[in-house]
Design a protein around this ligand. Structure first.
Ligand SMILES: Nc1ncnc2c1ncn2[C@@H]1O[C@H](COP(=O)(O)OP(=O)(O)OP(=O)(O)O)[C@@H](O)[C@H]1O
Ligand SMILES: [Mg+2]
Length: 246
């Protein structure tokens, strides 16, 4: 399979990033660096700024202040399409599949978008669907998939882009415990077999605590805690942020 991850010297970094939308500061002086092979959890209450931060790390949102660096070089002005080609892929909070296309075509077009020829993209998409356990759904219309499978297709679409970094926006939302267990295994397999650095936005604490080595907690755009799952769980500022907002 096409693989790009595994270069342990690679880094994806946000440096003193602030993002303002008119009057609102969605991200306030946040710093973080991700390296291949690690799974970083990005958590915080609704509206904390998680998606906005991931948008910035993936070229969808230019920071108002601060910088985004890939391997030490500023990519602040690099758009999402270019950044994907440089090895930074993501999934979206809402599936964003082409509903009128088949599952394999959805993965294939992501490969074509990366410059693969159609036949090569089809071959790669087929391999990835097999790897992810969806080969029996390859020819089903994406619009007919249950959301658990939709998320897996989203991950396959990101994988065909040969990412060094993969940013997942709430992949477990709405999943049962059993489905969450499968997702956790999948995230670990992506890390282990593709060598990607993973940023996982997730509200499901069982998933976050189960797969992340390191956690970054945002509240109202600010970093309120960073640490291991154990450290973050007992941090009073984190408990307050969650309880305070119900
Ligand atoms: N394009 C935008 N224009 C204006 N405000 C925005 C925009 N995008 C996000 N915001 C605001 O920025 C803040 C952070 O939003 P964001 O979507 O990053 O939060 P989140 O942590 O991902 O929340 P959730 O857990 O609900 O997904 C919110 O107050 C949101 O309304
Ligand atoms: Mg969000």
């Amino acid at each position: 399979m096409v693989q790009q991850g595994g270069d342990s010297s690679s880094t994806l970094e946000v440096r003193d990033v602030t993002i303002r939308f008119e009057g609102l500061t969605a991200i306030d002086q946040v710093n973080e660096t991700v390296t291949p092979g690690e799974i970083l959890g990005l958590i915080g209450p609704n509206g904390a700024g998680k998606t906005t931060l991931v948008n910035t790390m993936t070229g969808f949102q230019e920071p108002t202040v601060g910088d985004v660096l890939l391997d030490g070089t500023s990519v602040r002005k690099v758009n999402a399409h270019q950044l994907r080609r440089m090895g930074v892929s993501r999934t979206f909070q809402a599936g964003r599949l082409f509903r009128e296309m088949s599952v394999v075509e959805n993965v294939e077009v992501a490969g074509v978008g990366m410059g693969l020829r159609r036949a090569a993209a089809h071959k790669e998409a087929t391999k990835l669907l097999d790897w992810i356990g969806l080969s029996d759904r390859a020819n089903v219309l994406a619009g007919a998939l249950p959301y658990t499978d939709e998320r897996r297709v989203g991950i396959a679409r990101a994988l065909i882009q040969s990412p060094k970094f993969m940013l997942l926006d709430e992949p477990a939302a709405g999943m049962s415990d059993l489905e969450c267990d499968d997702l956790m295994k999948l995230v670990q397999r992506v890390r282990d077999e593709f060598g990607c650095g993973i940023v996982l936005i997730e509200h499901n604490m069982r998933v976050v605590m189960g797969v992340c080595e390191r956690i970054h907690v945002l509240d109202s755009g600010r970093t309120i805690a960073r640490g291991t799952p154990g450290e973050v769980q007992k941090n009073p500022a984190v408990i307050e942020a969650y309880l305070g907002k119900g």
